[in-house]
Design a protein around this ligand. Structure first.
Ligand SMILES: [Zn+2]
Length: 407
């Protein structure tokens, strides 16, 4: 949950013992109550040991890779769970979806939803299989491990007493922030960078909602992307998730301190980054339905090619329908071949050849290309026989053709 400055000021001015967030009819009205202390001492129902156990269960699936990616302040290992089909993806056709949970230790409902997402992604059913084939999911189920383990007053903070949700613009960010940021940087440098980033929380409002970033703080395009995504998610769990107008942030400009801020400031419309808030209250539940709605929403959003025009339009004004790639000729070939492509509009494109392991063999075109029909020559004199893939990329989309080199 995002603190509001005015509530923070009220909390500070009225009672120094008061915990953030402000007490609410939902959740724990009294953070000094026995009920609250019991929940805190029990890691709010899901501690690090439980995560470690779940990791051993998840990694039994052939679709799961568990990686240790860094250390917390108190030197606990931070983990990511990567889920995708076992078939290799040399074309990098799988779009990447990032999810992290448990920034705020007492917001355990975000963990329940995330764990249900993992369960659905591993399921041997149509949805699970489809999602694993189409996407790579990188999930950090527990971001603020020390806070979860320390309990009590660390219900929003890491072991240094810092809220790592809102520390991203600090001169010296907390170790956990640096670990998460390094993950973002690593994945954004890949041929299939993060297309969706979800930051899983729960809020005392006892509603389910996404924290929408206003166009004033981002762009009309980004606002439209969020609207479309939230609309899809809601359609898969009717009446249960609030509309995008329910919680609007960044009304006068982007805040600089959040993970979403990092995404926006560095990658703009390339990452559809949102915080999700489940209900932090006794009435919360249906985590499985929520998880399914979010996953189906991710799929609908990323498969929405009819509405893609404009979403990924770049500064050149190109949109994904403005170029096409043809089959190379001759094919099979030895040692060179010609790859035709057409530009409806002038704009920046990249035409790259990969081998079947996804290694770059040649970059044939990189830069601005005029409208019209073009060809690029691929000379494979120094390369071994086999299948190669030519991939033309622009405006957030790629087309690929397979080419056979026979020597
Ligand atoms: Zn939160």
């Amino acid at each position: 949950m995002r603190p509001y400055l005015f509530l923070l000021l009220i909390a500070v001015s009225f009672s120094s013992a008061q915990q953030w967030p402000e007490p609410d009819p939902c959740g724990f009205a009294d953070t000094t109550s026995l009920e609250y202390l019991l929940a805190a001492s029990g890691n709010w129902g899901y501690g690090y040991d439980t995560l470690l156990y779940d990791l051993t269960q998840w990694r039994q699936s052939p679709f799961v890779t568990v990686d240790s990616v860094g250390l917390t302040v108190q030197l606990r290992t931070m983990y990511t769970v990567t889920i995708q089909d076992t078939a290799p993806d040399p074309l990098h056709a799988r779009k990447r979806v990032w999810v992290h949970a448990r920034t705020h230790p007492n917001e355990v409902q975000g963990t329940w939803v995330t764990n249900e997402m993992i369960k659905a992604l591993l399921a041997d059913d149509t949805l699970g299989r489809t999602l694993r084939q189409r996407y790579v999911f990188n999930i950090m189920p527990m971001y603020n491990i020390d806070g979860v383990e320390l309990g009590g007053t660390y219900d929003r903070e890491n072991a240094n007493g810092v809220d790592i949700e809102s520390n991203w613009n600090a001169a010296n960010p907390q170790p956990e922030v640096l670990v998460l940021r390094a993950q973002f940087q690593k994945y954004m440098a890949m041929p299939n960078p993060m297309a969706v980033m979800l930051n899983m929380h729960s809020a005392y409002a006892c509603r389910r909602y996404f924290v929408f970033h206003a166009a004033a703080g981002t762009s009309p395009l980004f606002a439209a992307m969020q609207e479309r995504f939230i609309g899809y998610v809601r359609s898969f769990f009717p009446g249960a998730i609030e509309p995008s107008t329910y919680m609007v942030s960044w009304k006068t400009g982007p805040a600089l301190q959040y993970p979403e801020s990092w995404c926006w400031l560095n990658h703009q419309e390339k990452i559809m980054a949102l915080t999700y808030e489940d209900g932090n209250c006794a009435a919360a539940g249906k985590f499985d339905s929520t998880a399914l709605a979010i996953l189906k929403g991710v799929d609908a959003y990323l498969q929405d090619t009819t509405a893609i025009t404009g979403i990924f339009a770049d500064a050149s004004g190109m949109d994904p329908r403005d170029f096409s790639l043809g089959q190379n000729y001759p094919n099979p070939f030895n040692p060179s071949t010609v790859i035709p492509y057409t530009m409806e509009k002038e704009g920046p494109v990249t035409l790259t050849v990969y081998d079947l392991l996804g290694r770059e063999s040649a970059v044939l075109v990189r830069g601005n290309v005029a409208a019209g029909r073009h060809t690029a020559r691929f000379d494979a004199a120094g390369l071994p026989s086999g299948l190669y893939v030519a991939r033309l990329s622009a405006a957030g989309r790629s087309e690929a053709v397979k080419m056979m080199l026979m020597k």
